[in-house]
Write a protein that binds this ligand. Structure first.
Ligand code: PLP
Length: 382
């Protein structure tokens, strides 16, 4: 098999055009002609299957070392589709700081339809084991959490899950298959908000689910086709195009994030830096043993001498916006932006304080990014 970077660029050719076009065609069609009424056609209707979407699905299945993949119209549609494989009465253990939209989906929707959930810090294996009930069916978590970058040991959770006959489901949005392939560490299902690093250019919303086995794939396919939240051919093409540069983007972004984390680590302006790439980060060892890099999101607890709102307002290259995984750098205050829906006591209990700034680092020159941070810190000093 070709190596990872080659697979990012090439995917599996469709071999269905005779024009010589270098890129796979974009099939913007809702329906496909039958040669005759009795034909058993490969393609009939684009919700059920579309060659442009399938190119992307096969490529991501391959990159994640899975049996099959399914592209959805958003990350949340992918998570919704995944959780529909469970039945009323089933119990699922979820990471205690999963993505806010995931939290809203499970508590505001699935909890009303008969699933139950227990939130656990999945770094704590004993706590996870204690939370297992006779009706538990799965453990669901993000390897690196948002915004505090807690790191879960995928191998250990997957081994525990296997022992109890549970599925391991990993949201791999932050790391991507370039930095971690959870299926190779024992997970059963991996999913992504492809809105972030896979797409990579803040120009679309998309999601993907990858399964280790064809059997699980058939269940996810039922949800994709049956619920209908499919990715459009045009957006599938944009995600495919983003994936071509995934590795080069992430190499630069990781290096930039590491340099910014080191800057804050050595600066009076920050009291804590949450970034697993720092050797003294509490989760550094786990991250080092199971990932090929530490990603490009970090968060920083600013010192009381810095006005955190003023700091993010004064940043110029870092745009003030939620989301992450784009070519351009973004900054936000989780306390008032991404995590504002959590009750204040919960925010403070997990460490999401008004002084916490999250940075999603892009491809700019590191000197410019550090210069931007320094000028904003100077202006935000109280
Ligand atoms: C953004 C995000 C999601 C949700 O994806 P959408 O594409 O916004 O629907 C899920 N998980 C994580 C970790 C995310 O960052």
């Amino acid at each position: 098999m070709t190596k990872f970077n080659t697979r990012l660029v090439h995917g599996t050719p469709l071999n269905d055009n005779n024009t010589g076009a270098i890129n796979p065609p974009v099939y913007t069609t809702s329906t496909f002609e039958f040669p005759n009424a009795e034909s058993d056609v490969r393609w009939d209707y684009s919700r059920s299957g579309n060659p442009t979407r399938e190119f992307l699905e096969k490529q991501v299945a391959d990159l994640e070392e899975g049996a099959a993949a399914f592209a959805f119209s958003s990350g949340l549609a992918a998570i919704h589709g995944t959780l529909t494989i469970f039945a009323p009465g089933d119990h699922i253990i979820v990471g205690d700081t999963v993505y806010g939209g995931t939290w809203r989906l499970i508590n505001g929707y699935f909890a009303k339809h008969g699933l139950s959930f227990t939130a656990v810090d999945t770094r704590d294996l004993a706590a996870v084991e204690t939370a297992i009930q006779p009706n538990t069916k799965a453990i669901y978590f993000e390897t690196f959490t948002n915004p505090l970058l807690h790191v879960t040991d995928v191998r250990k959770i997957a081994a525990l899950a296997k022992k109890h006959d549970l599925l391991t489901i990993v949201d791999n949005t932050f790391l991507t298959p370039y930095l971690q392939q959870p299926l190779t560490l024992g997970a059963d299902i991996v999913l992504h908000s492809a809105t972030k690093y896979l797409g990579g250019h803040s120009d679309l919303v998309a999601g993907i689910v990858v399964t280790k086995t064809a059997e699980l794939g058939a269940q996810i396919y039922f949800a994709q086709n049956g619920l209908g939240g499919v990715l459009s051919p045009r957006d599938a093409e944009l995600v495919r195009r983003g994936i071509e540069t995934l590795a080069v983007r992430m190499d630069r972004e990781d290096a930039n994030a590491q340099a910014i984390a080191e800057f804050f680590h050595d600066s009076e302006a920050a009291t804590v830096v949450h970034y697993p790439g720092l050797p003294d980060d509490p989760d550094h060892a786990v991250a080092a043993s199971e990932t090929n890099g530490y990603g490009a999101v970090l968060s920083v607890e600013l010192a009381p001498t810095i006005d955190a709102s003023r700091f993010v307002d004064e940043l110029k290259l870092f745009r003030l916006a939620v989301s992450l995984g784009s070519v351009s750098s973004l900054a936000e205050l989780p306390y008032t932006m991404t995590h504002a829906e959590l009750p204040v006591a919960d925010r403070l209990a997990v460490g999401i304080t008004p002084q916490l700034v999250r940075l999603a680092v892009g491809l700019e020159d590191i000197d410019d990014l550090l210069g931007d941070i320094k000028q904003a810190l100077a202006k935000a000093e109280k």
